[in-house]
Design a protein around this ligand. Structure first.
Ligand SMILES: [Zn+2]
Length: 262
């Protein structure tokens, strides 16, 4: 088997060399240039869908190239480590996509161990300080979740609620903004640090809804917009996109998903 593969590789190399010699003999470099010019650029369309923004957008060159056309389920794969990649029911990350630079959120602001990527942490701490100055104690109760953890989370919700209800409150693995390392779920003592819609009516929830954008965070799933976002109201779920984009999203009156895909 191995010697057969070596034989076929050898033949392929010989054929390639003959082709190169023939092309050189023709002196027709235009043929090669034309072939190169016609080569597809698979990620051009995906990149073009992201709005221009001064925030750093890092791509992991070791990750698989994102597909510009949807897969068999109609789902697009978005680039790994692009903090502005759209993620919803039709856009997902690869299973092996993990953020670079995860750091611990200080225990004073966390319920259990929590992590975000390093560029987010100073903005999160500034948010906590501003909230504290206004008399609010807010804590992160969920943050980075790997593909595997999200698969468990989704399975838990399906077992608990059934498929239809689960899809309103939980993302399938790969589709969650929590896999980016930029997204946190906040809560407070007023609702027992639970993730419940009543949080939106607490002083802490109202403060976040009115101020989080100043620190670069956007509430991804606002009230009454399930038809647009695909998810029920989550007053606790905030994704960091940078202050400039967060303020622009708010000024335009769009959901984050609409903004990223416009
Ligand atoms: Zn969340």
């Amino acid at each position: 088997m191995l010697s057969g593969m070596k034989g076929s590789r050898h033949r392929a190399i010989v054929v390639a060399l003959i082709l190169l010699i023939l092309l050189a003999a023709c002196g027709d470099e235009g043929v090669v240039d034309e072939l190169v010019a016609r080569s597809p650029t698979p990620d051009a369309d995906v990149g073009a869908s992201s709005p221009a923004d001064p925030e750093p957008v890092e791509h992991d060159s070791a990750s698989p190239t994102p597909t510009a056309t949807p897969d068999a389920d109609g789902v697009y794969v978005v680039p790994c480590n692009d903090i502005h990649a759209p993620l919803d029911k039709l856009h997902r990350l690869e299973a092996d996509c993990a953020p670079v630079g995860l750091v611990a959120i200080p225990a004073a602001y966390s319920i259990g161990p929590q992590e975000v990527i390093d560029i987010v942490l100073p903005h999160l701490l500034a948010l906590f300080e501003a909230a504290a100055a206004a008399g609010h104690r807010i804590a992160v109760v969920s943050s980075y979740r790997s593909y595997a953890t999200q698969a468990e989370t989704y399975r838990y919700h399906v077992n608990d609620l059934g498929l239809e209800q689960a899809s309103r409150v939980s993302a399938r693995a790969g589709h969650s903004e929590h896999q980016l390392g930029t997204t946190v779920d906040f809560s407070s003592a007023a609702v027992g640090f639970d993730l419940v819609q009543a949080f939106g009516d607490t002083p802490e929830g109202r403060w976040l809804a009115g101020r989080a954008h100043e620190f670069g965070f956007v509430m991804s799933y606002p009230e009454g917009l399930e038809d647009v976002t695909g998810y029920d109201y989550e007053p606790w779920h905030f994704r960091w996109v940078g202050q400039r984009m967060a303020e622009d999203v708010r000024a335009r009156g769009l959901t984050l998903g609409e903004y990223l895909l416009r």
